[in-house]
Design a protein around this ligand. Structure first.
Ligand SMILES: [Zn+2]
Length: 284
């Protein structure tokens, strides 16, 4: 049965209880890494993934809590024995980021290890394919379609010049006739409705409960940047989602928020509902 492990369920800010976003989809024939935020490599280890066998990474967008440890996965999959190409797919801009990591930031490290530790067999290649919303990709036993999300696009202070190079995807996976949809980061938008329609499992960012939106900063965030407890259940119900998983949680000092968030979302969504923690696994 296909499954997804939520290896990181936090956001960009330091959270002692959560890594940043990364998920591992298991199709039954292949393991696919979705995003590679802080702690992704450690998450792969805990999930007992075959790191040397990793062939594919899908990136939702280029915030650092989704790509910060991409270098760690690229380099350690090689050190652990990867000899085949690792294909990284993501929105436009992904090529420049991977190029900067391999040919600038870690250029000396890669050359040092290739020449100084030849037992590794020389550098194993990394390939990049940029995909646009509406495009699909596939692998062993899975297919995924990218959908356009709205993640800050409505903020009045983001300029048109910046927004022309800011792309955020959600991915709708089809595996053995079942659908797992992952929003990445977004608020409600037409792309999210298409992504989620009839999904067996929808994993949606849900930064906070309404009762936690206590400042203008958080109210703007809930309107334009990350969905919160007031909308995620309504979206899931309107889209006919069968099971809902909430992730990308705000850091909090204790767990008192959990009951408030679950109660708020359950008012709008009557199906199975989970608050993902690091290591949480859902079969679909
Ligand atoms: Zn983001």
């Amino acid at each position: 049965m296909p499954s997804v492990t939520f290896m990181g369920t936090g956001g960009p800010r330091r959270d002692p209880h959560r890594r940043a976003t990364s998920l591992l989809l298991r199709s039954g024939q292949e393991e696919v890494l979705i995003d590679s935020g802080r702690g992704a490599l450690l998450g792969l280890g805990e999930a007992r993934a075959n790191i040397a066998g990793l062939r594919r990474i899908l990136l939702t967008h280029h915030h650092f809590d989704h790509i910060g440890d991409l270098y760690d996965v690229i380099l350690n999959s090689w050190l652990e024995g990867r000899r085949h190409p690792l294909l990284i797919e993501g929105p436009p801009g992904t090529k420049g980021i991977v190029d900067a990591l391999l040919n600038h930031v870690y250029d000396r490290d890669l050359t040092w290890r290739s020449l100084g530790e030849p037992a590794h067999g020389g550098w194993a290649p990394v390939e990049v394919r940029e995909i646009c919303a509406g495009e699909a990709t596939s692998g062993a036993g899975w297919r995924a379609t990218a959908h356009e999300m709205s993640h800050g696009h409505g903020l009045p202070t983001l300029t048109p010049a910046f927004l022309s190079r800011w792309f955020c995807h959600g991915y709708r996976f089809e595996v053995a006739g079942r659908v797992f949809a992952f929003t990445g980061d977004t608020v409600d938008c037409p792309g999210l409705r298409k992504l989620a329609a009839g999904a067996d499992v929808l994993a949606i960012c849900c930064y906070a409960a309404s009762s936690e939106l206590t400042s203008e900063h958080f109210r703007v965030l809930a309107r334009h940047t990350l969905a919160c407890g007031d909308t995620v259940g309504k979206i899931a119900t309107a889209c006919g989602v069968k099971q809902l998983v909430l992730t990308h949680h705000k850091p909090r000092p204790d767990d008192a928020w959990q009951a408030a968030l679950l109660e708020e979302v359950a008012r709008d969504f009557s199906g199975p509902l989970s608050l993902a923690t690091d290591g949480f696994e859902v079969a679909f």
